[in-house]
Design a protein around this ligand. Structure first.
Ligand code: BG6
Length: 481
């Protein structure tokens, strides 16, 4: 008997790192939360001939139904095999929906996309055909445009899901709720009341075994062009007219278009971690990693100051930094409010600060002043704090779990649109151009530090970066690797 429909998840690069580390665990989570659509099957594709079950680790309910197909993106015949395989499901199901997930090195994208189209596997007459691609989306504006042109030529924009996994994070989605659902924040969200904003995405790990990829990317392409610019847009965009995918994506795009060209001479700091020792433990330098050029000029730390030239943000600096081998793993946005109150000027301990902690110890912290008990004139700065973990015992949904489910549902809101990707490269390209012509120094920094000390010079006043720790409430302490 012919059942109604089935879903086929085709993963290119199924024997790779990303599939094993992120996609299979996310599928397991979807299964255990009973959200996987009925009749879903997994078809793993890869160049390698495998003699073992690559689906080991997957939940039994999907593992037993999964198959592997050896496929070389260079060979069109292999795509015909894939097509036949997909068509074999048509014997059992009326409609066969297919998700093509490109979990391969980006060099394979062009081949896979054009051969899928040549084999007519983009045709949606017998079920939807969706294409998921992972960053990096190109290495500069030109190459991104090339991939986008190819994609748009062969697929419709609503069939394309460009993954920026930061958008799948629960706490990242909460940025818009915090801003737009709370009058007390929303009404103050502008240059009249905010003095500056920090965005930090720090990692304590090095580049692990990704030397070959990372040495061609560096922190600017790996983190700033995508995750950090997405965060910047969410924190600074105007309130969208509706909570729908394209309207939100339109507003983010407007922010990117208003970013002033970054002054690379004064407002950019690049660093690379050098050999170091912490408490007797040795950490090797970036250049010693497998796959990395021995005299590599690639940055593992990037910090910049930028301005958004619109009415809301004119003259307000945004300080953005990211790096590997920093003291702790933390992603947070820090909003510093102005201190306009002259009444308690003498004793004012510090300004109001709002910290949106995206990970770990996800939560929100607001620093505010109170009168010191017993003392008529002294003021103390205290914390109001909220931690997600106090909400529920359930784990927060993992980013990949959220995004894969959205592909099944067909919701593009949390995915990067082609115009966003291209506009983001326009912000980054001038920096890359100046690096290529040796106009931006590369500074060394030790593992376990907050990158080159010079990154504090970006402030040019008494302010500095916040030095966050693993726990939201702590800062200014030293956190060792
Ligand atoms: C990836 C980068 O996109 O994001 C990695 O390629 C980085 O270099 C990772 O480690 C960070 O993601 P998360 O979710 O751990 O903050």
């Amino acid at each position: 008997m012919i059942k109604t429909n089935c879903n086929l998840l085709v993963i290119f690069g199924a024997t790779g790192d990303l599939a094993r580390r992120k996609l299979f665990p996310a599928l397991n989570d979807i299964i255990s939360s009973k959200k996987l659509p009925k009749n879903t099957y997994l078809l793993g594709c890869g160049r390698k001939k495998v003699d073992h079950n690559i689906f080991i680790g997957l939940d039994k309910s999907i593992k037993d139904e999964s198959t592997y197909l050896q496929l070389n993106p260079n060979f069109y015949d292999d795509f015909i095999n894939l097509k036949n395989k997909i068509e074999s499901y048509n014997l059992k199901f009326k409609m066969v929906n297919v998700i093509f997930y490109l979990s391969t090195p980006p060099q394979a994208y062009t081949n896979i996309i054009s051969k899928l189209a040549k084999a007519n596997l983009n045709n949606e007459s017998s079920g939807f055909r969706r294409l998921v691609i992972e960053k990096p989306f190109g290495k500069d504006f030109e190459s991104a445009k090339e991939i986008n042109n190819l994609l748009i030529n062969k697929f419709n924009e609503n069939q394309i899901y460009r993954i920026d996994h930061y958008l799948g994070k629960e706490t990242v989605q909460n940025i818009l709720v915090t801003r737009f659902s709370n009058t007390i924040f929303n009404s103050l969200w502008k240059n009249k009341h905010i003095s500056h904003i920090e965005i930090t995405a720090a990692e304590s790990i090095g580049i692990e075994n990704r030397g070959e990829y990372y040495d061609h990317a560096g922190a600017i392409r790996d983190m700033f062009q995508n995750h950090l610019l997405e965060l910047l847009c969410l924190i600074s965009m105007e309130m969208p007219k509706s909570n729908t995918s394209d309207v939100i994506r339109d507003e983010k795009l407007k922010v990117l278009k208003k970013i002033k060209k970054i002054n690379t001479k004064t407002n950019v700091i690049r660093g690379q971690y050098i050999e170091s020792e912490i408490n007797g433990r040795k950490f090797s330098s970036y250049r010693k990693n497998k796959g990395v050029n021995k005299v590599s000029n690639t940055e593992t730390f990037f910090a910049c100051k930028l301005f958004i030239d619109n009415k809301r943000w004119r003259n307000i600096p945004f300080f953005i930094r990211t790096g590997k081998r920093l003291p702790t793993k933390v992603t947070e946005i820090v909003i510093h409010f102005k201190n306009d109150n002259s009444f308690f000027k003498e004793n004012k301990s510090s300004n109001n600060v709002l910290i949106l902690r995206l990970q770990p110890d996800e939560g929100i912290l607001l620093k505010f002043d109170i009168k010191k008990p017993g003392d008529k004139t002294k003021i103390l700065n205290k914390n109001l704090e909220f931690h997600y973990k106090s909400l529920t015992n359930e784990q927060i949904m993992n980013a990949y779990e959220r995004l894969i489910l959205d592909v099944f549902i067909g919701d593009t809101m949390l995915f990067a649109r082609s115009d966003f990707v291209e506009e983001a490269w326009k912000v980054v390209d001038p920096i890359i151009k100046d690096i290529k012509s040796n106009k931006i120094n590369l500074l060394g920094y030790k593992s376990g530090t907050w990158g080159p000390e010079e990154s504090n010079n970006l402030f040019r006043n008494k302010n500095t970066w916040r030095y966050p720790c693993k726990n939201l409430i702590n800062d200014g302490e030293s956190c060792l690797l």
